[in-house]
Write a protein of this length. Structure first.
Length: 301
């Protein structure tokens, strides 16, 4: 027997918060994510689900819900889905929820409170509980979240989670949207652009359940450092970095190029190995050319 339709509790006028859930073939878990939004103690929100060309029963599952905006598009990737949601949203504050993650009921309330108490804040995130293959795991020290300016630490690995953030809409005018050319690490790319300019506040309470271990998880794909390299090159080209930030970015760029080049050598991809070896040697001296080339070589491999 099909469950009864779920009805969101947000007001019908302009909401304060927009919740955006991008999804692709996640009918098996999407409903739990939606229900965790509908269970929020904060109610002045709109919920937008962007279906990125699913071929499973996602749309059938979504038909169970009233007062949720469902957007469908052909498959263009998670960045395009999030950007579509942003473009159609109405809230002053933007949040994202990955379709395999969950929110605890007080998540939105805590973040709205932080913005009310810190009018200059532009972005905040909460702590998370990590679940992998049904078992709780604990982050290592290098994964621990910080509060404030931590751009240099963020270069090595992503320290911000899309499901945990709340962002003021106006910041996208300053830093741009998700880069739709990146099939993965698109969040790493955006958080670096924000973190180079702004402090990222932390609510030190686990209000997100982050699930992992399933086969279609983007962050589990091999070769992600290629996209991180592409992101760092764009930053070096942008001119927004301080001297300290630029040095840190160039140092991490060379380390990641070494790692990727070694991997290419092991797999017999000699031309690609030479590309990354050359990139290590030139560093940031030919950034514009390198950024263009790496976009092409990443797309082709």
């Amino acid at each position: 027997m099909m469950p009864s339709k779920k009805t969101a509790k947000y007001r019908t006028d302009t909401p304060l918060v927009s919740v955006i859930i991008p999804t692709y073939n996640r009918g098996w878990c999407l409903m739990a994510s939606i229900d965790s939004v509908l269970s929020q103690t904060f109610t002045d929100y709109e919920l937008i689900v962007v279906d990125d060309g699913s071929t499973d029963d996602t749309l059938k599952q979504l038909s169970r819900y009233d007062q949720i905006t469902v957007i469908t598009q052909s498959n263009h990737g998670v960045s395009a889905a999030r950007n579509k949601g942003i473009s159609l949203s109405r809230g002053e504050l933007i949040t994202f929820l990955d379709s395999d993650d969950l929110w605890l009921p007080g998540k939105l309330t805590a973040q709205v409170r932080l913005f009310n108490q810190n009018p200059d804040a532009m972005i905040c995130q909460t702590q998370e509980t990590w679940i992998r293959n049904g078992k709780r795991i604990y982050p290592k020290n290098r994964h621990l979240k910080a509060s404030g300016y931590f751009f240099e630490r963020s270069l090595g690995l992503c320290l911000v989670s899309p499901s945990a953030v709340m962002i003021k809409r106006e910041i996208f005018n300053e830093v741009g949207l998700f880069d739709e050319r990146l099939p993965a690490c698109e969040d790493y790319d955006l958080w670096l652009r924000i973190g180079a300019r702004r402090p990222i506040f932390l609510i030190d309470e686990p209000l997100v359940v982050k699930k992992g271990g399933h086969a279609d998880q983007l962050s589990s794909q091999p070769g992600l450092d290629k996209y991180r390299i592409q992101s760092i090159l764009k930053l070096l080209e942008s001119g927004i970095l301080s001297q300290k930030q630029r040095k840190a970015a160039a140092d991490v760029l060379q380390k990641k190029c070494d790692i990727v080049a070694s991997g290419c050598q092991k797999r017999g991809k000699i031309e690609e190995m030479r590309f990354y070896r050359d990139l290590v040697r030139t560093g940031a001296t030919h950034v514009k050319a390198n950024a263009t080339e790496i976009t092409a070589i990443t797309r082709d491999t």
